[in-house]
Write a protein that binds this ligand. Structure first.
Ligand code: NAG
Ligand code: NAG
Ligand code: NAG
Ligand code: NAG
Length: 467
């Protein structure tokens, strides 16, 4: 923990237990609110400095123990000195993970209405991130058990899996989320700005129907940066949310020991390119299947089915995938595709044919070094000719870069120096704020946080009103 020990709440206990409804609504937050708050903070710094110069004792209110006063943003000479914490070279954050038993409704979001869906069953497959991230956070050195010292709050839910297994329907998911949020005074306090949710599938936060009303200030972890084909609004916001890698089969990402299928040398690969997925009636995918019929020696793209003899088994799938220099990744139901991540573990160069895709960790990864993105409107002979024109040395260069970077796609334990979690933690670190506010949060001279009725935070009654 760094010197800037933010104690946000001047009380240790959170929330009263009795039920009492407040009936005001939480208005929309505007830019003006934020600028206003910033101006206030700076005015405070200036005032504090003025007091210092006059040798006045600026009283530090007893109930708060902030290691650093606001004025310490300035050095002795009065120059702005930005804190290292969160901006320097070390991770330094505290995440509170809500307990299943703690909030009524969380259990349903994790195990279904009858509580009989096992997290173990939800751990596998491309949506396993919803469980993996939660489990890794529980063991993380960045976890805190104290809400009043947390920088961020993680709300566990396995709704993608629970919904698929019939554990909750869309109506129930929506209602249960709302019930859960209304029992979280800290969510209310920040308007949700410091609360983290995972939505592991192409639907993104749309899994929670009223997400736009309740979660539109929160931090959403999702592999999907787009959902513009089926809905008017994308549930992803580049500046607030975090793109996470999809969950590649554990058998292929083994960090120590051997994977179920190993890469082939370039010279041994039978095809120039492949696409090994179901067409699902999608234009780009159908074009690839047709192209493969035209160039069967260059492009492997069989018509695959979800079940039956035309379905590939797990090992068989990776054995096919590794047999081309380029792995084509066209969009399917949505923009993101697991194929993109899988390509790195059989060491073929991924060719993205999904125009709206958003990729993870763009603050550190230059995707031109490790992949190709080709317009989805130009799937045809020209694409194959282009790929054929790329010399093997260039391909080897891209694969070498890919080998270095791919550890960032692996949901490995924190003992690994490079993993998807490290990438996510760095992204989260940059979202930590020292100060939180919402349109329904107010504060007094003695740094007490109150609501509109001037009730101190510790006495806020549940359910707290939501927007
Ligand atoms: C969802 O499930 C609830 C409870 O089982 C049921 O009452 C409701 O009709 C279902 N809604 C839909 C849309 O299936
Ligand atoms: C979601 O649930 C809330 C609370 O029950 C309700 O007000 C809202 O209309 C629901 N949203 C949808 C899309 O059904
Ligand atoms: C967030 O929610 C508020 C309150 O419902 C709404 O007015 C606003 O338009 C939403 N913002 C976005 C980006 O959806
Ligand atoms: C802070 O000030 C308010 C208003 O004067 C008072 O009611 C409250 O008890 C004070 N809180 C603390 C912790 O001193």
């Amino acid at each position: 923990m760094g010197s800037l020990n933010r104690s946000r709440i001047p009380f240790s206990a959170a929330g009263g237990g009795s039920h009492h409804h407040h009936n005001h609504t939480l208005p929309v937050f505007t830019r003006a609110h934020q600028i206003g708050a910033l101006a206030l903070v700076f005015a405070t710094f200036l005032l504090t400095r003025a007091f210092d110069r006059l040798s006045c004792v600026f009283p530090s209110p007893a109930p708060l123990s902030t290691g650093r006063s606001a004025a310490s943003l300035f050095d002795r000479a009065g120059a702005l000195s930005w804190p290292d914490r969160g901006y320097g070279s070390g991770l330094d954050l505290k995440i509170y993970v809500y307990e299943e038993r703690e909030v009524d409704g969380l259990r349903e979001l994790m195990r279904g209405r009858d509580g009989n869906i096992s997290p173990q069953a939800c751990l596998k497959g491309q949506w396993g991130t919803q469980v993996k991230i939660h489990q890794l956070l529980l063991k993380s050195r960045f976890r805190t058990l104290k809400k009043d010292e947390a920088d961020l709050f993680f709300v566990p839910a396995y709704v993608k899996c629970v919904r698929m297994m019939g554990g909750l329907n869309d109506t129930e998911i929506n209602q249960t989320y709302v019930k859960v949020l209304s029992q979280m005074p800290y969510f209310r306090y920040s308007g949700g700005r410091d609360h983290i949710f995972v939505f592991p599938s192409g639907a993104g936060a749309h899994l929670f129907r009223s997400w736009a009303k309740y979660l539109n200030r929160s931090i959403i972890l999702t592999p999907e940066g787009d959902r513009t084909d089926k809905r008017a609004t994308s549930a992803f916001n580049t500046w607030k949310d975090i793109i996470i890698p999809g969950n590649v089969d554990d058998g292929m990402t083994t960090v120590h020991g051997s994977t179920i299928v190993q890469p082939l040398p370039l010279s041994k690969r039978k095809y120039l390119a492949n696409f090994l997925g179901r067409a699902q009636g999608k234009v780009g995918r159908l074009q690839l299947v047709e192209l493969a019929k035209q160039y069967p020696d260059k492009l492997e793209s069989p018509e695959l089915k979800l079940t039956g003899p035309d379905k590939l088994g797990r090992t068989e799938y990776f054995n096919h995938l590794r047999n081309a220099k380029f792995c084509l990744a066209p969009r399917g139901e949505s923009s993101w595709t697991l194929r993109f991540y899988e390509a790195y573990f059989v060491e073929c160069v991924p060719v993205i044919l999904s125009d709206q895709v958003e990729l993870p960790f763009q603050n550190v990864i230059d995707y031109t070094q490790i992949s190709i993105k080709w317009p989805s409107t130009r799937i045809g002979t020209q694409l194959l000719e282009y790929l054929e024109s790329i010399p093997n040395e260039e391909i080897e260069g891209m694969l070498a870069h890919g080998r270095q970077v791919r550890c960032l796609w692996v949901y490995a334990p924190e003992t690994e120096p490079c993993s998807a979690m490290v990438g996510i933690m760095w992204e989260l670190q940059r979202k930590v704020r020292r100060f939180h506010q919402s349109a329904e949060t107010f504060w007094l001279h003695n740094r007490t946080i109150v609501n509109r009725d001037l009730v101190e935070f510790q006495k806020w009654r549940m359910p707290v009103p939501l927007p």
